[in-house]
Design a protein around this ligand. Structure first.
Ligand code: A3P
Length: 328
């Protein structure tokens, strides 16, 4: 599944091979494009969706840094936008039989990754009836397709504390590596992460790109900036805020009826990770669904990082985010 150099389509060859290149975490190489690192496969999806994707004013785009809890937020957004169609979260709900990544596809990793083929999104529009289309991406703000920035489409951005992101990414990428390649050592991966050479890294620039847009007073309605750790602490208030932001606020009756709690229960780590589809299913791209459910805890980094590593990452983050108002 991981493309080698000679798998780059003719259309993008000159550009891809002119970019700075480093050894990848899973794939052979990552390439630096518009300041961020992408695998060979992914960069073609990036270029293709930049060229072809046209967002509609009522689209909702979920953006995240990889391993920030994207799977969870996809499940939550899908269930709250579609709750009038699927009110029964226990017996008859798409999430009970379908992985969240299928319900909310990635632009550059799913829809546009087949570079010789521009996807027909009319099926998605049709399936959403009068509801917004739901898409996701890990793209940094600078690389978003132009129409996403200029249209009224809403962006929900999710981040997480970088120490847990790193630990989650290290586990995830080792899982994706073919067995014969062996595992990446934690030390080598940590250095790469701190140098910004990680999937869609540097993570600090990814965060800052969206933080700036969300904190610019002229466009508060454009980006909702969420943090996994805070959502885990106070899920109710965050889901209500998210529902309001995307234009599907909970009514007093719905709240009293326990609708928020039902969605949180449906999307909880324990519930989703124990469903058959997520225990034994696979995505079309080959990843096992269970790879997206590991521990789902805040602070698991304490079980993996030495005090020196934690200190190094903390001070790096502090230095990179200095003056932005953003803190972890
Ligand atoms: P850990 O590796 O720390 O367990 P992403 O979805 O962006 O790839 O992020 C994956 C991380 O989110 C993993 O973190 C995973 O366990 C956690 N996660 C997945 N589903 C979740 C859920 N329903 N609730 C909370 N966390 C979840």
């Amino acid at each position: 599944k991981y493309l080698q150099q000679n798998d780059v389509v003719e259309e993008f060859k000159d550009l891809v091979f002119s970019l700075p290149r480093e050894k990848g975490w899973v794939a052979s190489y990552v390439h630096q494009y518009q300041g961020f690192w992408h695998t060979t496969r992914q960069i073609q999806g990036v270029l293709s969706c930049q060229k072809h994707f046209k967002s509609l004013d009522n689209d909702i785009l979920l953006v995240s840094t990889p391993k920030s809890g994207t799977t969870w937020l996809k499940a939550i957004i899908f269930s709250l936008v579609n709750r009038s169609t699927f009110p029964d979260t226990k017996h008859n709900h798409p999430l009970l039989t379908t992985n969240p990544h299928v319900l909310v596809p990635f632009l550059e990793l799913d829809l546009y990754v087949e570079t010789n083929h521009v996807p027909d999104l009319s099926a998605i529009s049709k399936a959403s009836f009068d509801r917004p289309r739901l898409f996701s991406t890990h793209l940094p703000y600078v690389s978003l397709p132009e129409s996403v920035k200029t249209s009224a489409c809403k962006i929900v951005y999710l981040c997480r504390n970088p120490k847990d992101i790193f630990v989650s990414l290290w586990h995830f990428t080792n899982r994706l590596r073919p067995e014969s390649w062996g595992q990446n050592s934690m030390e080598e991966s940590f250095d790469k992460f701190c140098n910004g050479v990680s999937l869609y890294g540097p993570f600090w620039d990814h965060l800052l790109g969206y933080w700036k847009v969300s904190s610019e007073t002229e466009r508060p309605e454009k980006v909702l900036f969420l943090n996994y750790d805070e959502m885990r602490k106070e899920p109710f208030s965050h889901v209500k805020k998210l529902a309001e932001f995307v234009g599907f606020p909970f009514s007093v009756e719905e709240e009293a009826n326990g609708d928020v709690a039902r969605i949180l229960e449906l999307c909880s780590f324990d519930n989703l990770s124990n469903l058959e589809v997520n225990k034994s299913g696979k995505l079309w791209s080959g990843e096992e669904n269970k790879a997206f459910f590991r521990r789902g805890e805040v602070g698991d980094w304490t079980n993996h990082l030495t005090p020196e590593m934690a200190e190094k990452l903390d001070s790096l983050v502090e230095q990179k985010l200095h003056g932005s108002g953003l803190k972890f």
